[in-house]
Design a binder for this molecule. Structure first.
Ligand code: NAD
Length: 298
């Protein structure tokens, strides 16, 4: 039976450290500033943005939220990002994705100052991560959080371990693979065109699922003793809870996988809570760098 890696508890540890370090920064006259920008009314995005702003306030940050109407033009959004780039009180800028169809997301992301790009999506940060320049990169929050969870089980050096990442998105799969590589794991990235995925997954000491398909990874895909990191968040019908009710599941069939894994992250309460905690950590890091101080390690 696997150990369950408690994402809520690890996220609280991260946030506690962010709060302490924010107090340290205050002695230097610096308050970390996070600006969150949302365009349109997407209900899921509204919930994410509200919790990001709330967490930032709780950490003692200067927290600013810009909620723009869905019909905002691309040029107006570029102008706002440029204004935030120039604002010395802002250390982190997050533009909530997805943006409405008439706005070119790539243009917006590339407009963000790379040194305020706390989501880690700008080419400069992707390049820093890809070349192993982790001291200057901003690492995307979800894979950064997944690595912290993995570290609790396997330590920082993954030499000799094989890792399989299922999913090759720019937000999760690819940065996760780069982080695992930087930690000396032997990494394979699998995706929708991979042949015989169950057999490949079963070779992994570290198995990361970032697909978006409910419970796709079955128990017999898991190598006995493996560490399983389930990034997936999928809402499925739960008629057992009542008519029209739903519940969240990961990309891994948890009940089966926990019988074989050495350690596993649950959904909910696994990688999910880590994402916002790492956003706070990245914003703090940015404020330390701007102040010319060495940022704390997380
Ligand atoms: P995405 O849709 O951008 O990418 C999915 C990847 O899965 C693709 O690379 C695709 O090739 C691969 N894939 C699809 N079907 C497959 C199959 N049958 N076999 C193997 N690979 C397959 O998704 P994403 O943004 O990377 O997100 C993945 C999951 O992680 C989603 O469930 C999402 O909700 C979740 N997520 C969670 C957090 C968090 O905070 N915990 C953050 C981001 C994403």
């Amino acid at each position: 039976m696997a150990d369950i890696i408690d994402g809520k508890a690890i996220a609280e540890d991260v946030v506690a450290k962010v709060k302490t370090q924010t107090a340290t920064l205050a002695e230097h006259g610096v308050t970390p500033g996070l600006a969150v920008v949302i365009v349109g009314e997407d209900p899921a995005s509204q919930v994410y943005v509200a919790s990001k702003s709330r967490r930032a306030k709780e950490c003692g940050f200067h927290s600013v939220q810009h909620s723009l109407p869905a019909e905002t033009s691309e040029d107006a959004l570029v102008a706002l990002v440029e204004e935030l780039n120039a604002d010395p009180a802002i250390h982190g800028i997050l533009v909530q994705l997805p943006l409405p169809g008439h706005i070119d997301e790539a243009r917006i992301i590339q407009t963000i100052d790379p040194d305020k790009d706390v989501d880690g999506f700008h080419f400069i940060n992707v390049g820093r991560l890809g070349t192993g320049a982790l001291d200057s990169a901003f690492v995307p929050c979800t894979p950064a959080g997944a690595m912290l969870m993995l570290e609790r089980v396997r330590g920082r050096d993954l030499s000799g371990l094989s890792a399989v990442v299922i999913g090759r998105s720019n937000i999760v799969g690819k940065p996760m693979a780069n982080l695992l590589l930087a930690a000396n794991a032997t990494v394979t990235v699998a995706h929708s065109r991979t042949k015989d995925l169950p057999a490949l997954a079963a070779t992994a000491d570290i198995l990361v699922a970032a697909v978006g398909r409910p419970e796709m990874v079955r128990g017999d895909w898991v190598k006995p003793g493996a560490t399983v990191i389930d990034v997936g968040i999928n809402r499925i019908p739960a008629p057992e809870k009542g008519e029209g009710k739903t519940r969240l599941v990961g990309d891994v069939a948890f009940a089966e996988a926990k019988e074989r894994a050495g350690a596993i992250t649950p959904v909910p309460g696994g990688v999910g809570p880590m994402t916002i905690a790492m956003l706070m950590a990245n914003t703090l890091t940015s404020a330390f760098r701007t102040a010319g101080l060495e940022p704390p390690a997380f």
